[in-house]
Design a protein around this ligand. Structure first.
Ligand code: ZN
Length: 449
């Protein structure tokens, strides 16, 4: 059973804040199970404690970062600390701060994550809890679209788009865990456009900003001497911020999140709605999970193959893997159900069609075919086989599949000739039949060529 964690010993970081320009020292301290993440303004007379949860988020003002508050006490720009704590799996943390904004440091989360890792992570004697969802959920505000889909992991697919000659469209998809965060996300710096600096500072923002702590984007490149740390550093920083903002749920999230043009205010708007739809799940042991599934009525032979398992079974890879998970059932070996979260970030939506995204029907048929491949090739006796599709027939595209749809791909062998036969596939979204098709298959040995 996964347990809650905190840090082993104190750690300290200091510097100036990005927006206020104020100098501060942040001291991370261990906390007991169930404490959560709290900022303590040790410079104020009452030393107010502000829990880092969406209920304490200060919204509606001209802000560029995530701000929490209680009474008049505020802590600005908490997202890089929150992101580090979330990705490192830290559930409980006391954060003393002697001013109203943590240091921006190099503009990324690297020094926070380093300090926390150096302090060491310690397990506590309490089960870890997560927010999970059982149904897809969509949120839209202004130009931001964020969706959540059921998943047993925390995954993010994020896209940004600007009307700017140097920075137009960037997209990234990753699982959020300690290793991936430290390799792919932690060093991505915050950024702004050069033309907006004057306006930001007039509004009392970015007062501590400099080329040492933010990328400043020009029309034809960046103003900073340090080159970009990743080709798509900008979208990676958006992921960094999103992880931090989602942690304002109060517990880690296990879901697949797809986000188009995220921003702090809307991220917080999303999380507020998300927790209403979500349920809290304690990390269970395999035996407990088996007990639960027997209570929810899933049959003993039924099994969900995770995305990693699917990738081990079929050779398809990004950008041509059209299924996320597959449910198989030992008791019904000639049937399977594939699942696909159709995200607005899918590459094909950019051209199909600009302004009116529709999933190409042939890709839905492909998703059915891939589900069938997983069904066949997950059988131990077919380990060294390949499945080919010989023909497709009776294809009907009944309704358009759009971003945000959660496809359920039901496939079934209708004529079984052993290694040759006929299948029927149906794709549903929200219980409605979207596409159906029939196809002939043949199974061949890999060595047969
Ligand atoms: Zn940021």
């Amino acid at each position: 059973m996964a347990k809650q964690t905190t840090i082993q010993k104190e750690a300290q970081v200091e510097g100036i804040g990005l927006h206020t320009g104020n100098k501060s020292t942040v001291v991370f301290k261990p906390a007991q199970a169930g404490y959560g993440i709290k900022f303590i303004r040790v410079d104020l007379p009452e030393k107010p404690e502000i829990e880092a949860i969406w209920q304490n988020a200060v919204t509606g003002m001209a802000v560029r970062g995530s701000v929490i508050g209680k009474g008049d006490a505020r802590v600005h720009t908490i997202e890089h600390i929150m992101s580090s704590a979330c990705a490192l799996g830290i559930d409980n943390l006391q954060i003393e701060i002697n001013n109203n904004e943590p240091p921006i440091l190099d503009g990324s989360a690297r020094l926070f994550a380093d300090a926390l890792m150096k302090a060491g992570i310690k397990e506590l004697d309490a089960p870890k809890e997560y927010f999970i969802i059982t149904e897809p959920f969509h949120f839209e505000a202004g130009k931001t679209k964020i969706s959540a889909y059921p998943s047993d992991k925390f995954e993010i697919d994020c896209a940004i788009g600007f009307e700017h000659p140097f920075l137009k469209h960037q997209q990234i998809s990753l699982e959020v865990n300690k290793e991936i965060f430290c390799n792919e996300v932690v060093g991505a710096r915050t950024f702004c456009f050069d033309y907006e600096i004057e306006a930001l500072q007039k509004n009392g923002l970015a007062l501590g900003g400099s080329l040492d702590n933010a990328i400043v984007v020009a029309l034809d490149g960046i103003h900073n001497k340090e080159p970009l740390r990743y080709d798509n550093e900008f979208v990676r920083h958006k992921v960094l911020d999103l992880i931090g903002d989602l942690y304002l749920a109060g517990k880690p999230v296990k879901a697949k999140i797809t986000a188009e043009k995220p921003g702090h205010q809307n991220n917080i708007g999303f999380i507020k709605e998300f927790v209403k739809k979500a349920v809290i799940k304690k990390e269970t042991t395999t035996a407990e999970a088996a007990m639960e599934s027997s209570q929810t009525g899933t049959t003993a032979g039924e099994r969900i193959l995770s995305h990693e398992e699917v990738l081990k079974i079929i050779p398809h890879r990004y950008p041509f893997i059209m299924i996320d998970k597959v449910k198989i059932n030992e008791a019904e070996p000639l049937k399977a159900t594939g699942y696909k979260c159709v995200s607005g970030n899918e590459g094909f939506f950019q051209g199909h069609f600009p302004g009116a995204p529709i999933m190409p029907g042939v890709l839905i048929v492909e998703a059915m075919a891939q589900t069938s491949c997983v069904m066949f090739l997950s059988k131990p006796e077919m380990k060294n086989c390949l499945a080919y599709f010989m023909s497709i027939d009776n294809v009907k595209f009944r309704r358009p599949v759009k971003p945000g749809d959660y496809l359920e791909l039901k496939v079934e062998v209708v004529k079984d000739g052993g290694r040759r036969g006929k299948m029927k596939g149906q794709a549903f979204a929200d219980g409605k039949l979207m596409t159906e098709a029939e196809f002939m298959f043949v199974i061949v040995d890999k060595t047969a060529g």
